[in-house]
Design a protein around this ligand. Structure first.
Ligand code: UD1
Length: 430
């Protein structure tokens, strides 16, 4: 077991390279199951979730290979991963693998589309809410799939081996359900229209890669997607989009310490709602050549009122980090979580560091305090964990963060990146 020690007080200054997006890397790797040719993904982040997904893909018969670094290449340049699913040898995704990472449930789409059948364990994943799969199952049945849920497994079959196109109107925006239907539709017979599709940049990144693989997709980046199914997809090469959540996280780390940081590779157009919230908080995030520069406008942080929304709104994946930042703002912030009902587990841990936060249903009221004080805390989920790091960077004394496996699922080289801009942070045996 390991823990992180963060000694607060240092201002972050310098450059932080932003990795490829975890939330694009995972569905892109899964998309490799749609073709018997090789999919090559550049800029793949080195994360526990990526390693686990490789294992899951291998279980279905895919070969996955990570190309070595070229001499002299920066440690922060992402990996190139080659995935070849020449033959699908097993259409079952077992509980022991799927339960470790919710996104692995998404293999359901490609397996069903390519093989006409799939048996996929219901997912586990982050403990941030009930996270049902009804939207996936209703949409796939509209595409002709016969679906049973038995003993914790979704068993899906396409009559005569192939799904057909359909008009899918999602009653609610779901990133995962959009990925799955989009992937399934590329190989279905006829046309599929997805209304109220997720517009997250990671969904657009996957759609762009699918087009390189031979898929016919219109409306990329919009809430209405039109997909004309093709007989087969082929191999392709794709570079994974920069991680807007990682960028937003380091932006808030910089703001928390009154620092000045260039987030190399970050894309302002993927962060516009976040940038607006930062502006009201007194933090300037401006697009520059090479990335996004972040520093405080002048002086203290100001309280904000925010609610999480699907893209292009303020992302739920930055809610915990914003809460950490607002613990040091002047005034009372109101942060409403509308996507996941149980995504406030970081509150009690931030309170341990001296934050003043009260919860009223889906809204947290955060009253800024003069100072936070270091304490031992526990990481509870991926984004919550990093909110504790942000708080620790501004806390007096030492913050000890336990249960790092959550952090390692989603943030590549976190301590190295933060240390390089001046943070006092180290990983030690717990
Ligand atoms: C993805 C992201 C996650 C992010 C989330 C919302 C990845 C790997 N994960 O998760 O980081 O926090 O989007 O931006 O990309 N829902 C249903 N029924 C369903 C499916 C979803 O009710 O069948 C609900 C969920 O419970 C939740 C909401 O829809 O309330 C949005 O969830 P969804 O967008 O599906 O999240 P994920 O794709 O799991």
């Amino acid at each position: 077991m390991e823990k992180l020690l963060v000694r607060g007080g240092n201002r972050l200054k310098g450059e932080i390279p932003i990795s490829g997006a975890k939330n694009a890397a995972l569905p892109l790797m899964i998309a490799a199951l749609l073709t018997d040719e090789t999919l090559t993904l550049h800029n793949t982040p080195r994360l526990a979730d990526v390693a686990l997904l490789q294992k899951i893909l291998r279980n279905h018969g895919a070969d996955t290979m990570i190309a070595g670094k070229k001499p002299g290449q920066s440690r922060f340049v992402g990996d190139t991963v080659h995935i070849t699913a020449a033959e699908i040898i097993d259409t079952t995704a077992p509980y022991d693998l799927v339960s470790k990472m919710r996104a692995s449930f998404w293999v359901l789409g490609p397996l069903l589309a390519r093989c006409g059948e799939a048996r996929v364990s219901l997912p586990g994943g982050c403990a941030i809410g009930t996270r049902p799969v009804d939207l996936y199952l209703k949409a796939l049945s509209r595409m002709g799939a016969e679906i049973d849920v038995e003993q914790g497994y979704v068993i899906a079959r396409a009559p005569k081996g192939r799904l057909h196109g359909a008009r899918i109107v999602f009653p609610k925006v779901s990133v995962g359900a959009t990925h799955v239907v989009l992937m399934a539709a590329t190989l279905a017979r006829g046309e599929t229209v997805i209304e109220n599709a997720a517009r997250e940049p990671e969904v657009a990144d996957v759609a762009e890669c699918l087009v390189k693989m031979g898929a016919k997709i219109e409306g990329i980046g919009r809430s209405s997607l039109r997909i004309e199914g093709v007989e087969r997809l082929h191999g392709a090469e794709h570079s994974i989009v920069a991680d807007r959540i990682e960028a937003g996280t380091y932006a808030m780390a910089a703001a928390m310490t009154d620092g000045d940081v260039l987030l190399c590779g970050a894309r302002a157009e993927h962060l516009s709602a976040f940038i607006d919230v930062m502006a009201s908080a007194g933090v300037m995030a401006t697009a520059e050549e090479g990335g996004l520069r972040v520093r405080r406008a002048n002086g203290a942080l100001q309280a904000v009122t925010v609610e999480t929304q699907p893209f292009p709104g303020f992302p739920t994946d930055l809610q915990a980090q914003l809460m950490a930042l607002m613990t040091r703002a002047q005034g009372v912030s109101s942060i409403r979580e509308t996507i996941f009902e149980n995504r406030f587990m970081h509150v009690q841990e931030l309170v341990r560091l001296g934050a003043d936060i009260s919860l009223m249903g889906d809204t947290a009221l955060v009253k800024g305090v003069e100072a936070l004080k270091g304490a031992p805390v526990m990481a509870t989920d991926l984004r919550a964990s990093v909110s504790l790091v942000i708080a620790g960077l501004a806390a007096e004394g030492e913050t000890e963060i336990h249960r790092l496996y959550h952090l390692d699922r989603g943030f590549e080289a976190l301590e190295e990146k933060l240390r390089a801009v001046g943070a006092d942070i180290e990983r030690v045996a717990a």
